[in-house]
Design a protein around this ligand. Structure first.
Ligand code: ACO
Length: 402
């Protein structure tokens, strides 16, 4: 092994913490998680109360500004966000450049990143007013871009936002209306969407939020930072899990195959993992999964889809896993993504849009963290070190002598 001690002579002591299992990267007053007891608070409010009582934009206001809005503040905020829902017409050309079968997450990364080229008037990251306008723009435009990505993939014209509709209803309109057909979302669809968006709005320093913070710590503009966050979210170990759960349920196919797949998940030589199970922080039931499971029942009941085979399969899988020593010992419980895909599917959202839905909701968390970091006078560029294990110094040899 190379003697590397001399290479670190002036650097002092490092902590080596792959995966940041026990490293706090910042101070934050936004979200609190107690992974042992399964507690999640946004600005001190329990997720269970917000999910059942608040609107998504109310929660967005709370995450951004730290307090629940009074009525006039909420009305003002809703108006502000509504005002920014339109996209620049030239963005349509950008969107049309994507192949029709591009994954909507790929489109989202590209189009959100390109917003930096359209909104020069709010790119001064050291100006608090600019930061706030950019945050509003991102929250307002993400649903429009997400729905446009979907319309592009199915070859339908993009639907413009309707500013007389609430945030979630407007999103459903842009997804499912056509120029020849009005789409009126059912109350249960709007309610379910509102709830899923609230549950996904923030989750402290997860991979994508840490990515946004790290990108932003260099002074990069928020549109570029959020595009980076979307890229990080896409992976199946993070936001991509909701899509992967449905792929897995389809692959398992029938309750009679569950046991075989459980054995595969436990086999260390098999790459198969039970998607939607396990969490870095929760070593107890993910409180969001509990809420989603309940709502899944309600949505399927109201849509008269009570015999949904995927839901039955998911519940069976959960039942078996929760009494299996392997999962019990490792404290592996369903996470937020285990049931969310089943609700999205029941609402008619296609599978490749599931992670996009997550990104729309999480944008609120990303911009809240970015705003918090940028207004902190102690903010410095994030710059982790490494434990080098390559060769020690050696001399260049001409190619004929190697
Ligand atoms: N299926 C089978 N075994 C699992 C699973 C799973 N889903 N998750 C963890 N394990 C096992 C590991 O193999 C490991 O076993 P070992 O101690 O015998 O080696 C042990 O449980 C600990 O797992 P780690 O991988 O070390 O846990 P980590 O915190 O690094 O990973 C993660 C967490 C990525 C969420 C993991 O549980 C996983 O891959 N789950 C499936 C993907 C998923 O659902 N992701 C969504 C997370 S929630 C979100 O981002 C919104």
């Amino acid at each position: 092994a190379a003697d590397i001690s001399s290479l670190y002579k002036e650097s002092g002591i490092f902590t080596y913490d792959p995966g940041f299992m026990s490293t706090a990267s910042c101070h934050s007053a936004i979200t609190y998680i107690d992974g042992e007891d399964g507690i999640l608070l946004y600005r001190g409010y329990p997720i269970e109360q917000l999910a059942t009582k608040a609107s998504f934009l109310e929660v967005a206001y709370l995450l951004l500004y730290g307090e629940l809005p009074v009525e006039t503040e909420l009305v003002g905020f809703e108006k502000l966000i509504t005002r920014h829902t339109m996209l620049n017409e030239n963005l349509k050309d950008f969107l049309n450049g994507f192949h029709y079968d591009a994954h909507p997450m790929a489109i989202l990364i590209g189009v959100v990143g390109s917003l930096s080229a359209f909104y020069h008037d709010s790119l001064s990251v050291n100006d608090a007013r600019h930061r706030e306008i950019s945050a509003h723009r991102l929250i307002a435009k993400l649903p429009t871009i997400a729905a446009a990505a979907y319309k592009h993939s199915i070859g339908e014209p993009i639907m413009y936002p309707r500013n007389d509709l609430r945030y979630c209803a407007n999103f459903l309109h842009m997804m499912f209306a056509t120029p020849c057909e009005v789409y009126k979302p059912t109350l249960i669809a709007e309610k379910a969407m509102n709830l899923l968006f609230i549950l996904h709005a923030d989750h402290e320093q997860n991979a994508s939020t840490s990515t946004v913070r790290l990108a932003g710590s260099s002074g990069a503009n928020p549109f570029a930072c959020v595009a980076a966050g979307i890229a990080s979210l896409w992976g199946p170990a993070h936001g991509g899990a909701n899509e992967a759960v449905l792929d897995m349920l389809h692959e398992i196919g029938d309750v009679k195959n569950v046991q075989r797949y459980m054995e595969k998940a436990k086999d260390k030589d098999d790459p198969f993992r039970l998607m939607g199970f396990g969490h870095r922080v929760y070593k107890n039931y993910d409180p969001r999964a509990k809420i989603i499971r309940e709502v899944c029942h309600q949505v399927l009941e109201e849509l008269a889809d009570t015999n949904n085979p995927l839901f039955e399969l998911a519940m069976k899988l959960e039942e078996i896993a929760l009494s299996d020593d392997y999962f019990v010992e490792r404290k592996l419980y369903p996470n937020v993504d285990f049931y969310s895909g089943i609700i999205y599917q029941a609402l008619g959202i296609p599978r490749n849009m599931f992670t996009v839905m997550f990104a729309v909701a999480r944008t609120v968390g990303w911009v809240s963290h970015w705003m918090e970091m940028m207004s902190d006078p102690n903010n410095r560029i994030g710059r982790p070190r490494q434990i080098y294990h390559g060769p020690t110094q050696r001399d260049y040899l001409p190619i004929s002598k190697r």
